[in-house]
Design a binder for this molecule. Structure first.
Ligand code: XMP
Length: 535
């Protein structure tokens, strides 16, 4: 294992004053290969010192600095000697904390604005004297604190940027983190590399080394267990664990029979042939089929599948321990957005609770694990990059989102082996065709999730039959519904405007190749008002 560069561990803390752009700031810093994480703005100077950041960035926020419940910053933080960069609210809160003044202006500035400069500033190195920035404010700094100079202004904002280079404090009224700020990334780069003296060492290759070392350090010689679903996050944890501790980790793959065609075989292949872990394939298909027989209500299906999953998992864990070696750790693919949403991030440390949906399942008597959550500070696209760096196949790394209850919630009404067979075959055709369609778009645009690429695509099997004619014969068979959506986060989605020839090909192939299907319909509803899944 290679030596871990201490620079890789250097971090920039983003103080979150309730900004809509908080995550974006962390992303932009990471894009420059410097590690960054978001912390709440009420950290004290002592807490900050304990975290030993290389720099602080104070985000924007919706409040007015003089509002009664306006978020504040511990002024002692500015005495720590750590370089500070502040944007918008972060600019104003710095001014007030250090003895300057913020005033209410008559005219706000929202959107693009032009700043002008008439002096040198390390923050603005390699950028022109006049440049376009993105503003969003009404209040403005009226008087800068002692020791500060104004370095940029607009026609309505006299203090668009101020600085105290001796103390390495630089703040701007505008938002360098948004793309509309022409030289935003250059300013960030100037701050991180020229002013703070950081190195761009947070690269995936370095990370693989650091994370491997961290994984080993955390678990020591103890046994680790992981519920491997075949999805991106758990697969990346499995690949990392394999690299770190090999067969000391057991990956439990519970096959509920509700995965897509070819998936169980692929997961088994990758984690038995390519990665050196202890892989257990639990064939639970028949137990799930029996539990789901005749169940039509979607939430009941979800409950049955979720509960049985943990029963199966704990049964394996308990069986493993019969050899006298306890399983101390549970590895999980929790990612950064899960942590941010759950609010478990004070001090920027590890979350100590299990993901909320896992929490719903009580551990059986006598079962407890410590958690290993190596991805808990990674965004989804970084997890994918890490997966590639660890050598996972693209088919897993770029896998589309797939619900835990699997195909059971894409079969309207009761699940049966016959319906599952039809759905798996139709779904395989849709994936083949739309994977290829996405690949063509990728080659044209260079973007994985470009404007018109499909984000999620699958078939739904409704609980009806319809009349058709094949050859000379009347048929009475099932329709399938094609669902293909464009989205970035599943919160909203639009139906994909697929070319007619692609639709025609999918429909033609499904009817010709999947026995029992005589009709294909396309769902042309967005979310909202519909949802992506049908159940
Ligand atoms: P909806 O249907 O709510 O789906 O628009 C949004 C996203 O969540 C996925 N989904 C699920 N994922 N368990 C999961 O793990 C579930 O029960 C579940 N239901 C929906 C869905 O595939 C989409 O990506």
């Amino acid at each position: 294992m290679g030596q871990v560069d201490p620079q890789v561990r250097q971090k920039v803390l983003v103080f979150d004053f309730g900004a809509q752009y908080g995550q974006l700031i962390a992303r932009r810093v990471r894009d420059l290969h410097v590690y960054s994480e978001i912390v709440p703005c009420d950290l004290t100077a002592d807490e900050v010192r304990a975290l030993a950041p290389a720099a602080l960035i104070l985000s924007g926020g919706p409040a007015s600095v003089y509002a009664e419940d306006a978020p504040n910053i511990d002024p002692a933080i500015f005495e720590l000697g750590i370089p500070v960069l502040g944007f918008c609210y972060g600019h104003q809160v710095t001014a007030v904390a250090l003895g300057g003044e913020v005033g209410h202006s008559e005219v706000g500035e929202y959107g693009p604005a032009t700043i002008e400069r008439d002096r040198e500033s390390a923050l603005f190195n390699s950028t022109p004297l006049k440049q376009t920035v993105w503003m969003s404010h009404r209040d403005a700094v009226a008087r800068v604190p002692e020791g500060f100079t104004v370095t940029a202004s607009t026609s309505v904002c006299p203090v668009a940027a101020m600085e105290n280079p001796e103390r390495r404090i630089y703040t701007t009224q505008f938002h360098p983190e948004v793309r509309h700020t022409e030289f935003g990334q250059q300013l960030l780069s100037n701050f991180l590399f020229d002013i703070c003296g950081l190195e761009p060492t947070w690269t995936m290759d370095n990370l693989v080394e650091t994370m491997t070392a961290d994984f080993c350090a955390q678990v020591g010689g103890n046994r680790v267990i992981l519920a491997l679903s075949g999805g991106v996050d758990s697969s990346v944890v499995a690949a990392l664990g394999a690299r770190a501790v090999g067969k000391q980790m057991t990956c439990v793959f519970i096959n509920h029979g509700l995965l897509r065609k070819g998936e169980p075989e692929q997961v088994e292949e990758v984690f038995t042939k390519q990665f050196d872990v202890d892989f257990i394939h639990v064939h639970a298909e028949e137990r799930y089929a029996a539990l789901l027989a005749g169940v039509t209500e979607p939430e009941q299906k979800r409950r049955i599948i979720g509960t049985q999953f943990w029963k199966e998992f704990f049964a394996v864990a308990q069986r493993l321990e019969q050899d006298g070696r306890p399983v101390k750790y549970l590895a999980q693919g929790t990612i950064y957005p899960d942590i941010i949403e759950s609010g478990a991030r004070k001090t920027g440390g590890k979350a100590s609770t299990i993901k909320s949906h896992h929490n719903l399942i009580p551990f059986p008597e006598g079962v407890s694990f410590d958690l290993v959550e190596p991805l808990d500070h990674f965004f989804k696209d970084e997890v994918r990059e890490l997966g590639l760096a660890l050598g996972l196949p693209e088919a897993i790394v770029y896998r589309q989102p797939f619900p835990g209850p699997g195909l059971a919630i894409r079969i309207i009404g009761a699940v049966s082996p016959e319906k599952l067979g039809i759905l798996k075959n139709a779904d395989a055709i849709v994936r083949e065709e739309l994977d290829e369609y996405n690949q063509r778009l990728f080659e044209q645009t260079g973007e994985r999730n470009s404007e018109h690429s499909c984000w999620q695509y699958f078939c739904v099997l409704p609980d009806i039959k319809s009349v058709g004619v094949m050859g000379d014969e009347r048929t009475y068979a099932r329709p399938v519904i094609l669902r293909a959506v464009e989205s970035s986060d599943a919160m909203t989605a639009d139906w994909a405007r697929l070319p007619y020839e692609v639709l025609a090909r999918i429909s033609g192939r499904i009817v010709a190749e999947v026995p029992g299907v005589n009709r294909v319909a396309y769902d042309i509803t967005s979310k909202p008002p519909a949802t992506i899944e049908w159940e």
